[in-house]
Design a protein around this ligand. Structure first.
Ligand SMILES: NC(=O)c1ccc[n+]([C@@H]2O[C@H](COP(=O)([O-])OP(=O)(O)OC[C@H]3O[C@@H](n4cnc5c(N)ncnc54)[C@H](OP(=O)(O)O)[C@@H]3O)[C@@H](O)[C@H]2O)c1
Length: 337
């Protein structure tokens, strides 16, 4: 690993602290390295409207007594191109010029049409040495949601379901309007962690009627995702838990069941990533349309249903990314090629 890669790796680590809280902004970390090859400032972006990573790194260095004299000999690393436009906060590229940095190392350019190369151009015009493309693949992976949204004009789509080892996601008969737990408490907590990381969670109307889920991340900490219900017959009334005030809910009452139209609607609502949590009809329609990026298949081994609603059937070209054992449960994570 080169020195530049080492510090970019640290930026990626810092950026992860904002996972789930930065929407609609990307994940960004920044590190300032002195001429003696020492980290003198670090920062990350936490929330839209709050300071960007580069500003937080500069503030961190200034708190330790470093000023423009030190910055003039220092390099600032950042995994995403510094912004060049005034949004909720002033442009970071101008701040870097003002603070007189010697060099800027950038992981990836920003695909957002308000930045897209303009940040780097501004730095170069000011005579600052700029390197672009350090750990580019890793930087792209970190911001897969933000990049998918801006490059492909759609959210990053994650399928998630739990099935029994005999392949069912729901039993044939349920007596009460609540979920029958297939997986253990640890798997369920992990799925709440996933909810806290993503921008939205989507289910079909039948799941709301059968289970009355709240679709929050109450067993984890963080922001609840925006809840989305596919409800073409407008049958989900305000007494279901998904309609409470804990988190925002978007009811999609499109008469068409065309998945591309549904995805377009999510895009128009600025949803950068979405977990499709069921049931089988809904998940399968995303699979059949080839409209997914990752899939989380939890398998519980302590209960068999024998009869019921079959689990989704994943098809197409994909890799199994990970296979984990969570106590007695098995989790397989798939990545579409
Ligand atoms: N084990 C798990 O991980 C898990 C997770 C979630 C749910 N579940 C179980 O799954 C069961 C429900 O699954 P389900 O397959 O019967 O129904 P579902 O997928 O929850 O809901 C299907 C309904 O969503 C609406 N919808 C609108 N557009 C759609 C589209 N393009 N694709 C699919 N649905 C669309 C339709 O209702 P309208 O015609 O009213 O619009 C459709 O009938 C529940 O019993 C629940 O317990 C299990």
């Amino acid at each position: 690993m080169t020195i530049e890669e080492k510090y970019m790796q640290r930026c990626l680590q810092l950026a992860q602290n904002g996972l789930g809280t930065t929407y609609p902004n990307p994940l960004v970390g920044s590190v300032i390295v002195s001429e003696n090859d020492e980290i003198i400032g670090e920062g990350w972006h936490l929330k839209s409207g709050e300071p960007h990573a580069e500003v937080n790194a500069v503030r961190d260095a200034e708190k330790k007594g470093y000023d423009e004299d030190a910055f003039a000999k220092a390099t600032i690393y950042v995994n995403l191109e510094p912004c060049s436009h005034t949004g909720k906060t002033p442009p970071c590229a101008s701040m870097i010029v003002q603070k007189d940095f010697k060099k800027v190392v950038v992981g990836t350019l920003d695909p957002h049409d308000k930045v897209a190369g303009k940040g780097v151009a501004l730095l170069k015009e000011a005579g600052i040495e700029v390197v672009v493309g350090v750990l580019e693949n890793e930087c792209n992976e970190l911001n897969k949601r933000f990049f998918t949204f801006h490059r492909k004009q759609r959210p990053y789509i994650i399928l998630k379901w739990a099935e029994t080892s005999d392949g069912f996601i729901a039993p044939k008969n349920k007596n009460e309007q609540k979920p029958v737990w297939i997986t253990n408490a640890h798997s369920r907590q992990l799925s709440h962690q996933l909810r806290a990381q993503e921008n939205a969670i989507l289910v079909g109307a039948r799941t709301v009627v059968d289970d009355n889920p709240s679709l929050t991340c109450r067993d984890w900490s963080g922001d609840h995702p925006i809840r989305v219900v596919l409800d073409s017959r407008n049958s989900i009334t305000s007494d279901y838990q998904v309609m409470d005030a804990i988190a925002p809910t978007l009811k999609l009452t499109l008469s068409s069941s065309n998945i591309l139209e549904i995805i377009d609607e999510l895009y128009r609502n600025n949803i950068q990533s979405v977990i499709i949590e069921g049931g089988t009809t809904t998940i399968q329609s995303f699979i059949d349309a080839g409209s997914w990026d990752e899939a989380y298949q939890f398998m519980g081994t302590s209960i068999l249903f024998h009869k019921g609603l079959k689990a989704p059937n994943l098809k197409g070209d994909y890799d199994i990314k990970t296979r984990e054992i969570i106590d007695s449960d098995v989790l397989k994570i798939y990545r579409k090629k």
